[in-house]
Design a protein around this ligand. Structure first.
Ligand code: PSU
Ligand code: MN
Length: 303
């Protein structure tokens, strides 16, 4: 039997039925540079506590699945550059071989679900990459959302992706895509991708209710909440577009493939926007942590 290691506060929350929000760890190991990655991870946890829920950052350390990390554990992940990036396909082998790795959206959803955690906050989900018609590069995150009953709070799909195709695949898989407080689908660093979101909600309570209705209807899978980046931190989509174009050309020229694509593109955009994408990334993550905590609190009252 695999038993995860729970942090003390997660143990207490499970015992008392307090709301818990899962957080991924790939953003720490492959998303942001040290020491901003550590500071941001700690701030996201703080945001969840301030909003009345308990944070549970998920990672695999020496083959042990952790649900809720100590500050030392976070520090270790944030500093170690050789940590593996674990998706659904990699998680079992990492545990079997005693490896250390950060969890992507898909692996974090799996671990959260096993621990009975229904809400998860991240930055942006993976999706259909540009040129997927030849590369077939489609993130495992999408299929996970169709399988695992966790509500994922994101700032939309990463703007480096093919957003129209990502929305099409989400629709095919029957995944509810809910824009928070606006009609348009946000694009990670930008509030507006120029595309309409399939669904809209203006309250955490509606999202919590819909989560329960899905369960009661016996539907597999979760929900994708697309919460726009706060206006003061956003980079308008037209501005992002040229940086993304340059990053994609660079990735193609360097022959970057597989799970290196997303981290490569994100770090190129970071350089090209001179750190503006970094502040947007941090602001949206904190914003998502807050909303996820509200949804987790609402879920407590709906059985
Ligand atoms: N945020 C980042 N860098 C990343 C990711 C998020 O700043 O690499 C991760 C997320 O964990 C997401 C994953 O689940 O990228 C998707 O990767 P892929 O496209 O390889 O499926
Ligand atoms: Mn991929």
């Amino acid at each position: 039997m695999i038993s995860p290691a729970f942090s003390d506060e997660v143990i207490q929350a499970r015992d008392s039925g307090a709301p818990i929000v899962a957080l991924e760890s790939t953003i720490i190991t492959h998303g942001l540079p040290f020491p901003l990655n550590l500071q941001t991870a700690l701030r996201a946890e703080g945001e969840i506590r301030d909003a009345g829920a308990v944070p549970a950052t998920v990672a695999v350390i020496h083959g042990q699945i952790h649900i809720g990390m100590s500050d030392d554990g976070l520090q270790y992940l944030a500093r170690d550059v050789k940590v593996a990036k674990l998706s659904r396909a990699d998680l079992p082998m990492a545990v079997a071989q005693g490896k250390t790795g950060s969890t992507t959206v898909s692996a974090t959803m799996i671990c959260a679900c096993q621990a009975g955690i229904e809400v998860f906050a991240t930055g942006g989900i993976g999706g259909v990459h540009r040129g997927a018609e030849t590369s077939f590069d489609i993130s495992a995150d999408l299929r996970e959302l169709a399988l695992t009953p966790v509500t994922v709070v994101s700032a939309g799909a990463k703007a480096v992706l093919d957003i129209p195709k990502t929305l099409e695949v989400l629709e095919t898989l029957g995944i509810p895509v809910i824009a928070m407080g606006q009609d348009s689908f946000p694009a990670f660093w930008s509030r507006d991708s120029g595309l309409k979101a399939p669904l809209r909600s203006d309250s955490a309570q509606d999202i919590a209710r819909a989560h329960r209705v899905r369960r009661d209807l016996g539907l597999a899978g979760g929900q994708l909440v697309a919460n726009p980046v706060p206006s003061e931190a956003e980079i308008p989509y037209p501005e992002v577009r040229s940086a993304v174009g340059a990053a994609l050309d660079h990735a193609l020229a360097e022959g970057v493939t597989g799970k290196d694509v997303t981290p490569f593109l994100l770090s190129r955009v970071l350089e090209l926007t001179e750190g503006r994408s970094l502040s947007a990334n941090i602001a949206l993550l904190l914003n998502n942590a807050r909303l996820a905590a509200e949804i987790a609190r609402e879920l407590q009252w709906i059985r």
